[in-house]
Design a protein around this ligand. Structure first.
Ligand SMILES: [Zn+2]
Length: 407
């Protein structure tokens, strides 16, 4: 991709009202654009990151036998009235459709998936079922803030798993918990598994929390054992070992919990077991905030110059910076390196702008935060490329072949 053609370019000004690091850097680097408080457009660089995060999540969900579906954004209000959440869910987006019908913009999808499965699940042979989606969700937040950390419209992965018994559900819960740890490892996002109350969903849940000053949750970390608890439910000392606990601000990027039986009862999601007896299904819900993960990565991985993307989700792997491009031979060399890298399957952002200073190009590269920077200039010879990792300070010189070996 040529930077001269990329929409849009970086901007110098910090956007008005942007207090958190992820909001400032993602807007300035041209990854996202704010349309109103808590509502963003994902621009080409940002969308590439979202797609990469989604694919890492998708791969792990498929490994735990998840089947991907896509449920609607628009829900019948009637279903939400049946569960009582039409009135009790505090940040529910409600609207009127044709014929004065109550509609809901889904913040979660129990009200869709339970009635859906009730039509198809009859016997124990139909279970277990693990269905997930990557979908846009809505919350009517009174105070949307902190960039992608608290929004009104966001992208989430939610997996719903249905089982014959609580034992089966708990077995699968452990399997998905492990899959989550693999996902966050690939995303290079340090998470703490935190015990929390289930809130509107269930009695107990586990959250995957990332410690960051921009976070809205307060978690309590035991200084002695590895217990982490959400402050909402905790006392002053560790409930496990009595150790002293310290408070940290954190952002929740994932949440897993068993679902209340009430949903299955309301929508009559039952099945006939091996003995011919009618039973209610046992279920679990597994959420992961895709767009919030993008914001959280920026919060924990940046410096005073810009973002530092992990290789797994960076919009491109190499930022090829061309200097002295007025010189035809330098331009030709830069274009050749661009083509060679792409032929090796390496995604390249090539800063091919003529007449932009080296300082401005380096500042843009640091702001955008692509893992490897290669500089091509008058001084470059083919066996001596100038390579710098975004996460490191020093510049190294190496041949094209040596570079391919390290990436
Ligand atoms: Zn403890």
């Amino acid at each position: 991709m040529k930077y001269s053609k990329l929409f849009p370019k970086t901007i110098k000004q910090v956007p008005i009202g942007a207090e958190s690091v992820n909001h400032q850097l993602l807007v300035r680097a041209g990854f996202i654009h704010q349309e109103m408080a808590g509502v963003y457009t994902y621009l080409p660089l940002g969308w590439r990151v979202i797609e990469k995060i989604s694919n890492i999540v998708r791969e792990e969900m498929n490994k735990v036998n998840g089947q991907e579906i896509l449920m609607p954004v628009l829900h019948p209000g009637e279903n939400w009235k049946k569960t009582g959440r039409f009135d009790s869910f505090d940040v529910l987006f409600k609207l009127k459709g044709a014929g004065d019908k109550d509609l809901v913009l889904g913040p979660t999808h129990e009200e869709i998936i339970y009635p859906l499965l009730a039509e198809y699940v009859n016997s124990y042979k139909d279970l277990p079922l693990h269905l997930y989606q990557i979908q846009t969700k809505f919350r009517n937040e009174p105070r949307a803030k902190a960039g992608l950390l608290r929004t009104r419209e966001f992208i989430m992965k939610d997996l719903y798993a249905f089982h014959e018994s609580d034992e089966d559900r708990d077995e699968y819960y452990k399997i998905v918990r492990e899959a989550y740890l693999r996902i966050f490892k690939k995303l290079e996002l340090p998470v703490l598994i935190t015990k929390a109350s289930g809130g509107t969903f269930s009695d107990l849940s586990e959250e995957f929390q990332v410690v960051t000053p921009s976070g809205e949750d307060t978690i309590l970390i035991c200084s002695k054992c590895d217990v982490v608890i959400n402050k909402e439910i905790a006392g002053k000392d560790c409930s496990e070992c009595g150790g002293v606990i310290k408070e940290e601000k954190a952002i929740e990027v994932g949440n897993i919990f068993p679902l209340k039986r009430a949903y299955a009862e309301v929508f009559n999601l039952s099945f006939t077991d091996k003995k011919g007896e009618k039973k209610i299904v046992s279920a679990g819900c597994y959420g992961l905030g895709i767009s919030r993960v993008m914001g959280a990565i920026v919060e924990v991985s940046h410096d005073d110059k810009g973002m530092i993307w992990p290789e797994s989700v960076a919009p491109f792997r190499v930022h090829l910076v061309g200097l002295d491009l007025e010189d035809k031979s330098v331009m030709e060399m830069a274009e050749k390196v661009h083509k060679l890298l792409e032929a090796e399957g390496i995604e390249v952002l090539f800063d091919d702008r003529v007449g932009v200073s080296a300082g401005a190009k380096f500042a843009d590269a640091d702001l955008i935060g692509i893992p490897y920077r290669i500089v091509i200039s008058k001084k470059t010879t083919e066996d001596k490329l100038e390579v710098k990792k975004r996460s490191e300070k020093e510049t190294k010189f190496m041949s094209f072949k040596q570079f391919l070996e390290i990436v």
